[in-house]
Design a binder for this molecule. Structure first.
Ligand code: ADP
Ligand code: MG
Length: 317
């Protein structure tokens, strides 16, 4: 499986509670093999099955509502008119009444409470909330690194609860580009190799792989650093390598958890500028942050507090 994601999960303090490294590592070879097998068979996506259609009218209403609120946010932020039309894009993510509970023995912790959220292709969404509000828990579910206790989650037409672990591994490596606060680069691999890794897991042929790594390293302005090891790069450069790695597979969603949290203000602003550009180029971005200033870079802001989601302008916070 995707080592770097596992490493990321292990290295990220908050996620350490959830991960069972030994168990996941053991699965690795067979998952790799199964993933290869899947390569030759047609895509096993099942959008538009009966079950999903039944939910449609409800979801459409929800979406309209969100769109209106969304436009409200954009007006407040005085974004160019051109950007306002983008949430019209096709629905790429839908959560309906997602709950996540942790059974602590003597009590049950309700960490996510009936979270419903729709994201459309081309959006740049920030999920803003204070420490402990459930952001990383939500990110882990969005990224298919964790499963909800109840509720429904569709990603790019797939009902995630219906997917087996092999398929989830595939979705993680192809549909989601992860960016973490702590970069999570493999320390013994250079910039090129770090970016190449998800393409190897996705069985992209070598020539195309090299071209794509060169392309995305150029995209983040690091063509001249391809041979550098992570410890020979600044924090901002490491995060740009991580972003290149995240977009190399052309994922449906770029999912970033506190992407500027380990960077100084100036470098953080540069990373936000890169996110802007990537979004302008059509990438869908979901960014998780506790920092309203960072969230204000997004076109749409959803707030999370005590595991509950609400949408609206920053000033309402
Ligand atoms: P954030 O990322 O917004 O800081 P988290 O999603 O990490 O918040 O955590 C939200 C709440 O859920 C916190 O109270 C945290 O202690 C709790 N929590 C997260 N993961 C677990 C877990 N595996 N077991 C028990 N409690 C957890
Ligand atoms: Mg967190």
């Amino acid at each position: 499986m995707e080592e770097w994601i596992l490493q990321a999960a292990e290295e990220t303090e908050e996620k350490a509670r959830d991960t069972k490294p030994g168990e996941e590592e053991k699965k690795e070879p067979e998952e790799r093999a199964e993933e290869k097998e899947q390569e030759s068979s047609p895509e096993t996506t099942a959008p538009g099955n009966g079950e999903e259609k039944e939910q449609e009218p409800q979801a459409a209403g929800h979406t309209e509502e969100e769109k209106e609120k969304n436009e409200g946010v954009q007006k407040e932020d005085a974004l160019p008119a051109q950007q306002k039309s983008e949430p019209e894009g096709e629905e790429i993510l839908r959560m309906k009444d997602i709950c996540k509970d942790y059974d602590m023995g003597n009590e049950v912790l309700h960490v996510l409470k009936n979270v419903s959220l729709t994201v459309r292709r081309g959006e740049f969404l920030a999920i803003l909330g204070p420490s402990g509000s459930g952001k990383s828990t939500l990110m882990n579910i969005i990224g298919c690194l964790d499963v909800p206790t109840s509720g429904d989650y569709w990603l790019d037409g797939r009902h995630i609860a219906d997917e087996d672990e092999t398929s989830l591994a595939r979705i993680r490596s192809r549909e989601i580009g992860f960016v973490f606060q702590s970069f999570n680069l493999l320390q013994r691999q250079n910039a090129f190799e770090n970016v190449e890794l998800p393409l190897i897991y996705a069985n992209v042929p070598e020539k195309e792989r090299r071209d794509r790594v060169d392309e995305v390293l150029a995209r983040v302005g690091l063509s001249d650093k391809r041979e550098n090891m992570p410890n020979q790069l600044s924090g901002g450069q490491q995060q740009r390598v991580a972003i290149a790695r995240a977009i190399a597979n052309r994922p449906a969603i770029l999912l970033a958890d506190e992407p500027t949290g380990a960077l100084d203000q100036h470098t953080g602003a540069q990373v936000m500028e890169l996110f802007h550009e990537l979004n302008e180029e059509g990438n869908t971005i979901i960014m998780i942050t506790h920092d309203p200033k960072i969230a204000s870079h997004a076109k749409r802001i959803v707030r999370i507090l005590d595991g509950e989601i609400s949408e609206g302008a920053l000033e309402d916070a």
